[in-house]
Design a binder for this molecule. Structure first.
Ligand code: ZN
Ligand code: ZN
Length: 126
């Protein structure tokens, strides 16, 4: 559960991080600040999002996929440079089943149609 607990204690992004996110989502850092909810609730738990390309490189859920206003793949540690710039998936592109919570991602594939998460990268739009 450690990964999920981090959602609650994750500090609000720094100005530098905000600017990095802003460059990815093509808004300025100030408007991004306004889009962010109060400190501590900048994440959302649902829907669970996934970058199949990241997952193929390193099979684990990444916290930054859940940043509320970011729907593209960016790296977690500052500076938050863009990674694949792929649009994150919120459901299986094959059968449209929403992802389970990452603690249950034992097989690294859709629990319904068994499509591998890494394979889903091909379905992600850039
Ligand atoms: Zn990625
Ligand atoms: Zn599926």
């Amino acid at each position: 559960m450690a990964r999920w607990e981090r959602f609650h204690f994750n500090p609000r992004p720094s100005q530098q991080e905000l600017e990095a996110i802003a460059s990815v989502v093509e808004v300025d850092a100030d408007s991004l600040t306004q889009m962010l909810p109060p400190a501590g609730v900048g994440m959302q738990h649902e829907p669970i999002r996934l970058c199949g390309a990241c997952y193929g490189e390193n099979p684990c859920h990444r916290i930054e996929w859940q940043y509320k206003s970011v729907w593209k793949c960016v790296s977690e540690a500052p500076p938050m440079e863009a990674r694949h710039l792929l649009k994150l998936l919120a459901k299986c592109p094959n059968c449209e089943t929403p992802f389970k919570m990452p603690a249950l991602w034992e097989d690294g594939c859709c629990h319904r149609c068994r499509m591998l998460f890494a394979e889903m990268a091909k379905q992600q739009k850039s």
